[in-house]
Design a protein around this ligand. Structure first.
Ligand code: PEP
Length: 251
């Protein structure tokens, strides 16, 4: 089965509702007619409903930047799968490195979020990635294996097809330092092999693995040419229409 490339924009804590709608409209316009790839944008929570309305009828999908595991309750500051869907989102980023490193989310919490998202029919994007220290100490593959295995704990074979994984080396996020295409490919292949050990090899071949970390118009084509890179999770370059449009039109 061919994996459909996915380009996802993570807008982080940027853009007012008005700014988000303007950018979403431009992306929706330039995504018209794209049939061989998917595009997702993840606005701040305040803008999800307005952005979902702005892209309605276009191929652009909308995602949350995080998701809780319960549908409602005493979880101040959290947004439930039910609420994301109500606002028009169909996907959710889970375990982003900023959630892990600034807000202290661990693999157990990330796993709960993954399970909650899947149970509600959202497509979760599980983010994994090593820090610079871990890479320099030769721990990259070990760290990733633990993040993938613990992040997917309890997720069954009939659900795994709905999961997207994003490899985002922490040292490459927002730093302008991109992993080389060879470095990224090596890790993507490793993650696919881990998925193959957890599930069937055939299923692992169907799971999309995105690369994230300073993806820009001038490196996206090289990255996307690698056999196990199935898309990109884009931060900074997703905030300007021109650069994100160039990225979604990768060749
Ligand atoms: C991200 O936030 O997931 C990301 C990859 O950011 P940037 O593209 O700015 O490195």
């Amino acid at each position: 089965m061919k994996r459909i490339p996915l380009i996802a924009g993570n807008w982080k804590m940027h853009l007012t509702i008005g700014e988000a709608v303007t950018l979403a409209q431009e992306i929706a316009k330039s995504s018209q007619g794209l049939e061989d790839r998917e595009v997702m944008i993840a606005p701040a929570a305040t803008a999800i409903a307005a952005v979902a309305e702005a892209v309605e009828g276009s191929p652009v999908l909308v995602g949350g930047q995080n998701v809780a595991w319960e549908q409602q309750g005493a979880y101040t500051g959290e947004i439930s799968p039910l609420m994301l869907k109500d606002a028009g989102a169909t996907m959710a980023i889970v375990g982003h490195s900023e959630r892990r490193h600034i807000f202290g989310e661990d693999n157990t919490m990330v796993n709960q979020r993954m399970i909650g998202a899947l149970a509600s029919g959202l497509t979760p994007v599980l983010c994994v990635g090593e820090t610079l220290d871990e890479r320099e100490e030769g721990l990259t593959m070990k760290v990733l294996e633990v993040q993938v295995c613990e992040g997917l704990e309890g997720i069954k074979s009939d659900q795994i097809g709905q999961v997207v994984v994003a490899y985002e080396p922490v040292w490459a996020i927002g730093t302008g330092k991109t992993a080389s295409k060879e470095q990224a490919q090596e890790v993507h292949r490793f993650i696919r092999d881990v998925l193959g050990d957890l599930y069937e090899k055939k299923l692992a071949e169907q799971i999309r693995i995105l690369y994230g970390g300073s993806v820009k118009p001038d490196n996206v084509d090289d990255l996307m040419a690698m056999p196990d890179i199935d898309g990109a999770l884009v931060g900074g370059a997703a905030l300007q229409a021109a650069s994100f449009e160039r990225i979604i039109h990768f060749s």
